[in-house]
Design a protein around this ligand. Structure first.
Ligand code: PGA
Length: 248
C-alpha cells in the first residue's frame, strides 16, 4: 500500500448535495484520490459515496455497525452485511462518541468486531482515555481494557485508532511524545492480547490538521490517521493525505 492510511470521519455532517460535491472535489484532487485513503460517511449517504468512489482507489468506511449479526427485528440497526453490500471496506467500532452517547461497552464492541469480520470487512477499533483518566494516571489501564476485545483476533484483520478523548474536536493535539509512547504501548499490548508476533496497524486521531499531520505521521509507530473536522475541507484533507503519502 502506498503511504500511510488516512481515514476521514465525516461524523453527522452534510446533506446529499453537499456530500456529493465534497466527495467529487476530493476525487478531483490527486493528493486524496489514491490507495490508502478512506472516507467514513453517514450511513444514509454510503450508497451515494459508493457510486462516486467507483473506479477510484479511495475506500468507503462506515462510522458504526449493529451489534446484531443476523437480519431480523432490530429496528434502526444497520448490519455489517449491509455495509458490505453498499461497498464499505472499513467500519469504525467504538468511537468515543459512540461510547459516550450510546453507552457502548466492551461486550457490545466485541459483538460488533466479530460481525464486521464475519462480513469480510476491516474493523477500526477506536480507543482513548478521557482527560481525567490521563491526569489521574489510570489511562494505560483504560486503553488496555478497551483493547481486550481484540483477544483471539489476528492482527492483520484489525486496525486500532488511538484517539485521546480530550484531543477530539478540541484543537488540543497530544504531544508527539505522548502519541509515540502510547502507540508503542498499544502495539506491545496487542501482541500479548492477540498472542501473535505480528504488529497491529495503529492510527492516531484527535485534532489531526494540515499543519500537524506531517509531524504526527512521521512517528514510526503511527501507521496513519483518523481525521474528523479536517476531513470536511478538501484542502486540509488533501494536505494530510499528502503528508501520509510520503511516508510508509
Ligand atoms: P477530530 O476528530 O479530528 O475532529 O478531532 C477525530 C475523530 O473523532 O475521529
Amino acid at each position: 500500500m502506498a503511504g500511510k492510511l488516512v481515514i476521514g470521519n465525516w461524523k453527522m455532517n452534510g446533506r446529499r448535495e453537499a456530500s456529493a460535491a465534497l466527495v467529487n472535489a476530493m476525487l478531483a484532487d490527486s493528493r486524496i484520490n489514491r490507495a490508502g485513503v478512506g472516507i467514513a460517511a453517514p450511513a444514509v449517504y454510503l450508497p451515494l459515496l459508493e457510486s462516486s468512489l467507483s473506479g477510484s482507489e479511495v475506500t468507503l468506511a462506515a462510522q458504526d455497525v449493529s451489534r446484531f449479526g443476523k437480519d431480523g427485528a432490530f429496528t434502526g440497526d444497520i448490519s455489517a452485511a449491509m455495509l458490505a453490500d453498499v461497498g464499505c471496506r472499513y467500519v469504525l467500532v467504538g468511537h468515543s462518541e459512540r461510547r459516550q452517547y450510546h453507552g457502548e461497552d466492551e461486550a457490545v464492541l466485541r459483538d460488533k468486531l466479530l460481525n464486521v469480520l464475519a462480513a469480510g470487512l476491516v474493523p477500526v477499533l477506536c480507543v482513548g482515555e478521557t482527560l481525567a483518566e490521563r491526569e489521574n494516571g489510570v489511562y494505560k489501564d483504560v486503553i488496555r481494557r478497551q483493547l481486550s476485545v481484540l483477544e483471539g483476533l489476528a492482527p492483520h484483520q484489525v486496525v486500532v485508532a488511538y484517539e485521546p478523548v480530550w484531543a477530539i474536536g478540541t484543537g488540543k493535539v497530544a504531544s508527539l511524545e505522548q502519541i509515540s509512547a502510547m502507540h508503542a504501548d498499544i502495539k506491545a499490548w496487542c501482541l500479548q492480547i492477540q498472542k501473535s508476533d505480528a504488529s497491529i496497524c495503529t492510527l492516531y486521531g484527535g485534532s489531526v490538521k494540515a499543519d500537524n499531520a506531517e509531524a504526527i505521521l512521521s512517528i514510526d509507530s503511527v501507521d496513519g490517521a483518523l481525521v474528523g473536522g479536517a476531513s470536511l475541507n478538501v484542502e486540509s484533507f488533501a494536505m494530510i493525505c499528502k503528508a501520509a503519502d510520503k511516508l510508509v
